[in-house]
Design a protein around this ligand. Structure first.
Ligand SMILES: Cc1cc2nc3c(=O)[nH]c(=O)nc-3n(C[C@H](O)[C@H](O)[C@H](O)COP(=O)(O)O)c2cc1C
Ligand SMILES: [Fe+2]
Ligand SMILES: [Fe+2]
Length: 413
């Protein structure tokens, strides 16, 4: 159906299988995903259309890309009716346009999880029973050639999340799982992109910040997925996977068990006003490098988005925190970071502390308390204390801390 109200545009729908089409679209103008995560390379909102004897749309899209989405949907349907809309996730980055789907295709039957029922009512004000029904774990829908099976994945972002497995084509529609930030630039498949080199940091940042808190639930979903033969993985954001799915699933396994991806990874984060604390952190980073540790990563907490630091903390086995004391407390960017790490359930890391204070340093104690509140965190070496600016004694203390960290890093190899 042509869109009677939208500006004219060309469809960008793509064929994935003989009868499966990508009908989503990318937003390159968005600044902050969920109004909090910077997305310099944009984001894609994926939706898929199955053209079997029955036609099935898997999810809708964010309002920002509704014009292209409806153009794609109309073009891919090619005049056919839309029989089903499967709603995997009720977050408005996917569901904001479902009321318009219903308006354009009034005979469509919505299929959703039990948990989505109240959300449909809350977001849209209609009784979902008038438009469809809730499906259960393991329930199957035969659409002709295809048999679809619904797999619940509660809290793999929100409580109502479910996935769909197409047993005919061995395709898993995985909702927010296996997604990434980043617009799609024409290439639809992960194997067409320099994924490990360029996309993995963004996929990690997406996972850790969006779903990182729910490691246990992700493990449950991975256990269900492990029983399925998956040849194509269709997430709600980022590229489609038709190769190396096991490699990506292994990353999810590590992240969701809070196991560092890099057992020799050192993240140094500092909060410094006049540079003394920064200098101490740089001195320590240099000692670690001299001790044979490659790729020590140092970040200024004031200048680095927290989502980057959260992702780096998930990647690295060792975290060095250095902060000035600020109005009898931690420097605010460092305090915010530690709150964020705790909120994302980070656990099982080794950490070291550097504090600074001119008249009463308390930042070491505060950082220690906040880290100790997270499960499985273990301090390495003694907290190094600066009083205003580093001196020879600071250098000695930092050398000792570097030795303790190097010993711990050798063990974690
Ligand atoms: C606004 C402000 C508040 C501070 N509050 C404290 C404090 O409560 N206790 C303390 O010992 N030092 C305090 N300091 C001093 C710093 O902790 C630190 O010693 C100084 O900024 C030097 O470290 P830097 O070169 O890394 O910034 C404060 C500094 C500033 C600018
Ligand atoms: Fe989501
Ligand atoms: Fe999403």
């Amino acid at each position: 159906m042509a869109n009677p109200h939208a500006l004219s545009c060309l469809p960008t729908a793509r064929k994935i299988h003989e009868d499966l089409f990508y009908v989503g679209a990318s937003d390159r103008r968005i600044t902050l995903f969920e109004n909090v995560f910077p997305v310099a390379h944009g984001v894609s909102y994926n939706a898929y259309l199955l053209l079997d004897e029955k036609t099935v749309l898997f999810d809708a899209v964010d309002r920002a890309v509704s014009g292209t989405f409806f153009e794609n949907l109309g073009a891919a349907l090619g005049g056919r009716a839309l029989d089903y809309l499967v709603i995997h996730h009720m977050e408005p980055d996917h569901c904001a346009t479902i009321a318009e789907v219903i308006a354009r295709y009034p005979q469509v039957t919505l299929l959703y999880s039990k948990g989505a029922e109240a959300m449909l009512r809350q977001f849209f004000g209609f009784d979902p029973a008038g438009h469809g029904r809730a499906v259960k774990e393991g329930e199957e829908l035969c659409t002709g050639r295809h048999t679809l099976r619904f797999v619940m994945a509660p809290l793999v972002h929100w409580p109502e999340v479910m996935m769909t497995y197409d047993a005919t084509d061995k395709t898993l529609f995985s909702a927010d799982a296996f997604g990434t930030f980043g617009a799609l630039d024409g290439n639809l498949y992960a194997d067409q992109l320099p994924f490990e080199a360029e996309w993995l940091p963004e996929a990690r940042r997406y996972y850790c910040n969006i779903v990182g808190k729910y490691g246990k639930q992700v493990q449950n979903a991975l256990a269900k997925a492990a029983k399925l033969e998956i040849e194509t993985l269709c997430p709600l954001h980022g590229p489609v996977w038709r190769a190396n799915i096991g490699w990506f699933a292994d990353k999810y396994d590590l992240w969701s068990r809070y196991v560092p991806e890099d057992a020799q990874g050192v993240l140094v984060v500092y909060g410094s006003i006049y540079g003394g604390t920064e200098n101490a952190a740089a001195y320590l980073a240099a000692r670690l490098s001299e001790g044979g540790i490659a790729n020590v990563r140092m970040y200024d907490a004031s200048r680095t988005d927290a989502s980057v630091l959260v992702a780096e903390a998930f990647r690295c086995s060792h975290i060095v925190l250095a902060s000035v004391t600020y109005n009898l407390d931690l420097f605010t960017p460092v305090k915010n970071l530690l709150t964020d790490l705790a909120a994302h359930n980070l656990q099982n890391r080794k950490f070291a502390l550097i504090e600074n204070g001119t008249w009463g340093p308390v930042s070491g104690k505060r950082m220690g308390e906040l880290m100790a509140a997270m499960p499985g965190m273990e301090q390495v070496g003694e907290t190094v204390t600066l009083r205003s600016a580093p001196n020879a004694a600071t250098g000695e203390a930092l050398n000792a801390l570097a030795d303790a960290l190097l010993a711990s890093l050798r063990e974690s190899r």
